[in-house]
Design a binder for this molecule. Structure first.
Ligand SMILES: O=CCCC(=O)O
Length: 512
């Protein structure tokens, strides 16, 4: 059933087509079979501003079959034709940058400047995979047996299901989709309940760019129907690969569902990233990098600094510097010019952040800035911070005296709460940093190049920032180890390989 437009959009768009009601299946805008919808809430105001089709398990098959039909054709396109189409998609997304960023602000709460930054980051993936499309090659193999020749070819794996998180919905949708489509796969995307609109916009632009109908389908769902739709996708026999970004808890469920048919998975899961500042670090640099990393999207990035270890000899200076820079942040709605810290995207996130702070303070941590509680009204802010009512806001909160047994050292915080722990030696901090089941990213600050090299080798994480708080880039492999997941997104060869199979051919010559 075609979907109807029904919005009261609280912001201006340069092109109204960039915001569309309805999921996308076979190039058509569709409602859920049940006719049900769910609401999209602006985390900056707490107000509902749109409703989207609430797909359930009965909607999965049509989307997968359409993607399969499209695959039969699309997988035969030459790599150059795929690259050219990806480039047109890239250009359309760049042209829609401002509108997409405004949509992002109202889905995720992040400040407009960060939302524009996300779109710019996202289009580094479309750009990168335009190049990768033509460079996925097989090999020839010198056989050990006389008269025998061997070779490998790479072929697209088939229909991919992509389960996309709400924290960077445009960047992570494009990191997954541009790699898959460069490889010749088609995709069914399931965005998070908080952020379906930006995903639909991207998919409609893909069809406009010339990808065949069905090459990129989108099913939107409420939180209630998310498990059923995700399960339907993971178990569908025509889905050959599942790529998921989200929590480790859900990642394990996805892995177990996919294991029933030995489906290939890429799992980008939770982090508990240590940020280590040694006594010989450039502290100004470490402070700037920590601020950019930690307050990015109000602490809601999987690679965010979760545990901050500062050497005892520079603790006082470091903490004072942190308070000074953090006090300059302005909390507010993402569309307001002065806002530098937006709301937390979900109420559940706010609840958890409050619990973690309560646990830490109960175990002896000291609160130096903020309140560790949601902002309820104009009088509730710490210091000079404003406290906008209505949205899911928390002032940036800084704690010292954080120990490894506190919940905030053991769980992903995903909120504007920063805890500082003290350490004395390299051996001690390395052991404490590695004392977690997670292994996504770690960060080290020191001027000693030998120590940087040692830490790079000894820290158990998939990505190590050496005097930087930002390792994410289209050209570098992104992904964790341990319970932070498996597989790589972005980077040369490895990311596109996630969507390819390698087929070996062996030829016996009749004459040699
Ligand atoms: O939240 C996870 C992804 C963030 C990034 O790509 O830097």
């Amino acid at each position: 059933m075609p979907a109807q437009q029904q919005f009261s959009v609280p912001f201006e768009l340069s092109n109204k087509d960039h915001l569309h009601l309805g999921c996308l299946v076979d190039g058509q805008s569709e409602s859920a079979r049940s006719g049900q919808t769910f609401d999209i809430v602006d985390p900056g105001s707490g107000r509902t501003w749109a409703s989207y089709p609430d797909c359930d398990e009965s909607d999965v098959n049509a989307a997968v079959e359409s993607a399969h039909r499209a695959f039969l054709n699309f997988s035969k396109w030459t790599p150059r034709k795929r690259a050219q189409c990806l480039l047109r998609w890239h250009t359309l997304i760049v042209d829609a940058r401002e509108d997409l960023a405004r949509i992002l602000v109202h889905e995720t709460g992040k400040p407009l400047k960060e939302a524009l930054g996300e779109v710019d980051y996202a289009t580094t993936f479309t750009w990168w995979f335009v190049g990768e499309a033509e460079r996925a090659h097989g090999t020839t193999i010198q056989s050990a047996i006389a008269g025998r020749r061997s070779l490998t070819v790479k072929q697209p794996i088939g229909v991919v299901a992509a389960l996309i998180p709400w924290n960077f919905p445009i960047a992570l949708a494009l990191r997954k989709a541009s790699a898959a489509m460069a490889a010749g796969c088609t995709m069914v995307m399931k965005p998070s309940p908080e952020t379906p609109i930006s995903t639909i916009s991207l998919a409609r632009l893909a069809i406009q760019a010339g990808f065949p109908p069905g090459a990129l389908n989108v099913l939107t769902t409420s939180l209630k129907n998310t498990p059923a739709v995700a399960e339907g996708l993971c178990l569908h026999p025509l889905v050959k690969k599942v790529t998921f970004t989200g929590s480790t808890r859900v990642g394990k469920i996805i892995a177990s569902l996919c294991s029933r048919s030995l489906k290939k998975t890429t799992l980008e899961l939770g982090g508990n990233c240590p940020f280590i500042v040694f006594e010989d670090a450039d502290t100004e640099m470490a402070l700037d990098q920590l601020a950019a990393l930690k307050w990015r999207h109000a602490g809601q990035a999987c690679v965010s600094a979760n545990r901050v270890y500062v050497h005892r000899s520079i603790l006082e200076e470091f903490v004072q510097g942190l308070i000074r820079t953090t006090s300059l942040l302005r909390v507010g709605h993402g569309m307001e010019d002065q806002t530098t810290l937006g709301p937390v995207t979900t109420l559940a996130g706010l609840d958890k952040a409050e619990e973690l702070v309560k646990d830490a303070v109960g175990k002896g941590a000291k609160m130096l800035l903020g309140t560790g509680r949601r902002l309820a009204g104009p009088s509730d802010a710490a210091g000079s911070l404003e406290s906008p009512a209505g949205g899911f806001f928390m002032a940036p909160t800084i704690l010292t005296g954080v120990t490894d047994t506190m919940r905030m050292s053991q769980e992903e915080i995903f909120a504007p709460v920063l805890g500082i722990s003290v350490f004395d030696t390299e051996e001690e901090v390395t052991a404490r940093a590695n004392e977690t089941s997670m292994g996504l990213a770690s960060y080290v600050f020191t001027k000693d190049v030998n120590r940087l090299w040692r830490m790079f080798e000894n820290l158990e994480a998939g990505m190590i920032g050496l005097n930087t708080g930002n390792s994410s880039a289209a050209e570098a492999p992104f992904g964790g180890i341990k319970e932070s997941g498996c597989g790589k997104e972005s980077g040369k060869d490895v990311a596109i390989d996630e969507f390819l199979i390698t087929k070996t051919g062996t030829l016996t010559l009749t004459e040699s």
